[in-house]
Design a protein around this ligand. Structure first.
Ligand code: ADP
Length: 189
């Protein structure tokens, strides 16, 4: 039977997937698939800076002058500027180099560190894009499993940290990959 599950509950936390534009989300934070320079770029990064305005870049510059470029797999938080979301959590996913260069560990770390930053800042809801599956070339089916699996692991480990996690997928192919990963996780229990 065709499953229409787009929401599961893990440790009382809602984990949802939707197709849409992450810059329109009103969760406490949205996550940016940034690059190490934190200076903005194309894809979702450009869309977030355009919609949020210059306050985001100003904070990013301060972070880089304080601590240098953001390593792959790490995350930092800034204001959300003009966005509905109050904050942006910037993380850097891995560039896909064939799959045997630590890509899955680095992608896991990008999700995990973003969730840690959200929890440390006492946020209750967070939206993620599909990190690394655009310009960075990570195969979306594999990325979706890492993304859903990592969020579920985090919620099981820290059940009180958050109330809602949303994946905001831009196109139907990406949405379909995350739907499959969510369904597989729901079936495994
Ligand atoms: P990366 O460099 O990490 O691969 P990209 O921005 O190139 O990041 O792509 C990551 C994903 O974000 C892709 O699936 C892309 O279609 C998607 N994306 C682009 N713009 C938006 C947006 N406004 N909202 C949500 N997802 C977006």
């Amino acid at each position: 039977m065709e499953s229409r599950v787009t929401e599961v509950t893990v440790s009382s936390v809602k984990l949802r997937i939707i197709q849409g534009d992450i810059t329109k989300q009103d969760t406490d934070a949205i996550v940016n698939a940034a690059n190490s320079s934190l200076m903005g770029g194309g894809g979702v990064d450009g869309a977030i800076h355009r919609a949020g305005g210059p306050a985001i870049l100003e904070e990013c510059k301060k972070i880089v002058s304080r601590q240098g470029r953001l390593p792959t797999g790490k995350a930092v938080i800034t204001t959300g500027g003009n966005l509905k979301a109050g904050c942006v959590i910037h993380t850097v996913g891995p560039v896909w180099r064939g799959g045997d260069k630590g890509e899955s560990e680095l992608l896991t770390s990008a999700y995990w560190e973003s969730l840690e930053v959200a929890a440390e800042n006492k946020l209750s809801s967070i939206s993620f894009p599909s990190i690394s599956t655009g310009v960075y070339g990570y195969p979306v089916g594999q990325a979706a499993k890492v993304a859903i699996g990592t969020v579920a692991d985090f919620l099981r480990r820290s059940p009180a940290a958050l109330e809602e996690v949303v994946f905001v997928l831009f196109d139907s192919k990406t949405f379909a990959a995350y739907l499959l990963a969510l369904r597989e996780m729901a079936e495994k229990g």
